[in-house]
Design a protein around this ligand. Structure first.
Ligand code: ARG
Length: 458
């Protein structure tokens, strides 16, 4: 029988099926670095309180470094018999140091250990995702500057609504990804609270110094209630929720660009390097990368769902169910990481087909709302103006005309004296120039936003 860290009260071997069913090493091996860092901090603290003496803590830290190197070299032997990463590393330490290795687990439990490891892992994952979000924002900024003169039709309900500057369009996503960064920063505050030292569930009679461990590991504070902490996975749920929003933002944008790259829209030229072909239809160039970004959103949302169901109805304190949190967390982080990288690459490489966009820009009455607002500013009550312009649009549709092509007499019947001035708000260029409100697509507003973001992102 392989020596178990908990083998004392057991007689006989664990059933093979149970070994296979309960192991987590097949996925929690990813926590080896965090487990070693936390163990080294714990060891140094044990020396500070006098439970390790002489150079014992240094010996433990050096042996743990050697174990890390062995894992990194690929020579470390993993086995389901040893359940999880914590047991593997402790066992390897005992193999190297004998009785000294058997002292390290003093005053801690795998329950606070796993939570500490996951928090350390989540903290760096969170920082890594934030870096990629900022890189994506930079790619959007570059696109906004490159295409600052381009005018796009803006849509609601996927129907042409009002014109927008392409820079305004890209800045919209910069804002969304900024909220994602802010959410992650907020989540980080709760991740950065040290669980270690709460032991199994009730704390410990060993006079440990949790502040020392917190300080060594860069945690801002120490969790206050041991019972709470050994069951707390809020931070995993929160982090994955934040990732799900990132994925949803990416998925919505991917859908938009898939549509924009169709023959029907013809707005985008996606480079060959970001497309794949068809094995039967020789002419096809498919936006698979965008489709996968859209498709992978499902994984991240499902990861969140899985975590919420995992903690549903769990009593205090640690329950083995919690072992199931890691795969969902890892998958969500991995998925969002690759999606963010692909998205930033696509945005850097893709170009608008400016002529195709411009050729049909005056279609779809993008100036109707501004005409209505012009009438309001001329003293026509809003509801009357709405009705009037609605009738003009119908009239134009029947005759295949644009609003700007209506003769001046038509406008004179609405309100005598409007004369030629009304043509000053018709057509997309005039419409854009007419925008005034803060946060709108008015060129001066967009310019101000560009300056602001340029400073933030440089
Ligand atoms: N592998 C476990 C997990 O991931 C570690 C904690 C196990 N604790 C225990 N008492 N069985 O949650």
């Amino acid at each position: 029988m392989a020596e178990k860290t908990w083998g004392g009260r057991f007689r006989g071997d664990t059933d093979d099926r149970v070994v296979a069913f309960t192991e987590s090493i097949s996925f929690d091996h990813r926590l080896y670095r965090e487990d070693i860092l936390a163990s080294q901090a714990h060891g140094r603290m044990l020396a500070e309180i006098g439970l390790l003496v002489g150079d014992e803590a240094e010996q433990i830290c050096a042996a743990l470094d050697a174990i890390a190197a062995e894992i990194e070299s690929g020579n470390f032997q993993f086995s389901s018999e040893l359940e999880d990463i914590h047991t593997h590393i402790e066992r390897a330490l005992i193999e190297r140091l004998g009785d000294l290795g058997r002292k390290l687990h003093t005053g801690r439990s795998r329950n606070d250990q796993v939570s500490t490891d996951v928090k350390l892992w989540a903290r760096s994952a969170l920082d890594q995702i934030t870096t990629r979000l900022v890189d994506l924002q930079k790619s959007l900024m570059a696109a906004a500057e490159r295409d600052r003169e381009v005018i796009l039709p803006g849509y609601t309900h996927m129907q042409r609504a009002q014109p927008v500057l392409a820079a305004h369009y890209f800045l919209a996503y910069i804002e969304k990804y900024q909220r994602d960064c802010d959410r992650l920063a907020d989540c980080r505050r709760r991740v950065n609270v040290l669980p270690l030292g709460t032991a199994a569930l009730a704390g410990t009679s060993i006079p440990i110094d949790r502040d020392s461990v917190a300080h060594q590991l860069g945690f801002e504070s120490v969790a206050a209630n041991s019972l709470d902490v050994s069951s707390d996975r809020d931070f995993v749920l929160e982090f994955v929720f934040d990732l799900a929003i990132v994925a949803l933002h990416l998925g919505g944008w991917a859908e938009e660009w898939i549509l924009w790259s169709t023959t029907e829209f013809g707005f985008l030229q996606i480079p060959d390097s970001f497309c794949t072909g068809s094995s039967i239809m020789p002419h096809k160039k498919n936006p698979d990368v965008l489709e996968l970004i859209r498709g992978k959103t499902a994984r991240v949302c499902a990861d969140l769902q899985r975590l919420m169901m995992l903690v549903k109805g769990l009593p205090l304190a640690y329950n083995r169910d919690l072992q199931e949190d890691k795969e969902a967390l890892f998958d969500a982080v991995d998925t969002v990481t690759v999606s963010l990288e692909a998205a930033a690459g696509l945005i850097r490489e893709t170009r608008f087909r400016r002529e195709a966009i411009a050729a049909r820009l005056e279609d779809g009455f993008l100036d109707a709302t501004t005409l209505m607002e012009f009438l309001v500013l001329e003293g026509v009550p809003l509801r009357t103006a709405h009705e009037t312009v609605g009738k003009l649009v119908r009239h134009c549709e029947e005759r295949r005309l644009r609003l700007a092509q209506l003769p001046v007499e038509v406008f004179e019947t609405i309100k005598p004296g409007l004369g030629q001035r009304v043509y000053g708000v018709l057509g997309v260029y005039n419409v854009l120039a007419a925008f005034k409100s803060y946060g709108s697509t008015a060129p001066h507003e967009v310019e101000r936003q560009l300056m602001k973001w340029k400073k933030i992102l440089s």
